[in-house]
Ligand binder design. Structure first.
Ligand SMILES: [Cu+2]
Length: 236
């Protein structure tokens, strides 16, 4: 994605310099000089017209091919991912279910937040993760800007992608699809950590009783702070 992005800018810059250069050159070189006749006017110049039709088509074709190639690479699946995490995007918070982890002896555990305490997502560095995206209500979008990647979370359709984080650190994730009143609060923190820290976090979740796979419905609504909204609507 980064290479595609930088490449697109370089290509755009080349086109800009070329076109601007030609315009400026023509303006100076062929300007009307005092006492001179009007310069020859160019019309129905077939080779030129073919050039400015074909050149943009070539540029667009290259952009298209590069984009498809990058996209296919980014969507490439990992055969046996090391970890599987269900991302539940619900109004208005994310919940992350860590499925069948060794550290918890196969028990599913989950991270959740509420509208004032954003959810945290923990990932082990250099290990592959399969994300399965589900929504119990409306369309959300799972976006971690540093990953240069986002994917919509659509009710009734399980979207999925694989990723291997390669750099430890704390990043910010967001919902990138306007989903309602508290859309702006659908922010989450991403911790990319060592495997040991990851395992320790999962064990903490297990000890805290955050066991199971909340997949929306009542649990997601509760997690999402639906009560706050109901209070707003009923004025209670
Ligand atoms: Cu959302």
């Amino acid at each position: 994605m980064f290479v595609l992005w930088v490449g697109a800018w370089i290509a755009s810059a080349v086109v800009l310099v070329l076109v601007l250069g030609l315009i400026l050159w023509v303006m100076v070189r062929y300007r009307r000089r005092p006492g001179n006749e009007v310069p020859s006017q160019l019309r129905y110049h077939l080779p030129l017209e073919v050039l400015y039709t074909v050149a943009p088509v070539i540029v667009v074709a290259i952009f298209f091919a590069e984009t498809v190639t990058a996209q296919n690479k980014m969507l490439e699946r990992v055969e046996e991912p090391d970890h599987t995490i269900t991302v539940v995007g619900s109004k208005w918070q994310f919940t992350f279910n860590y499925l069948g982890e060794e550290a918890t002896a196969g028990q599913d555990v989950f991270d959740y937040g509420d509208t004032s305490n954003p959810t945290e997502l923990w990932l082990p560095v250099d290990e592959s993760v399969q994300f399965n995206l589900v929504s119990p209500d409306v369309i959300h979008s799972f976006w971690i800007p540093e990953f240069y990647f986002k994917m919509d979370v659509i009710p009734g359709k399980e979207n999925s992608f694989d990723v291997t984080p390669t750099r430890e650190g704390v990043f910010t994730g967001r919902c990138a699809e306007f989903c309602g009143l508290y859309h702006t609060r659908m922010i989450f923190k991403v911790h990319v950590v060592s495997r040991d820290e990851y395992d320790a976090h999962l064990q903490q979740l297990q000890a805290a009783g955050q066991i199971g796979q909340p997949e929306g419905g009542a649990e997601a609504s509760r997690i999402a702070g639906l009560a706050e909204v109901q209070n707003l609507e009923t004025g209670e």
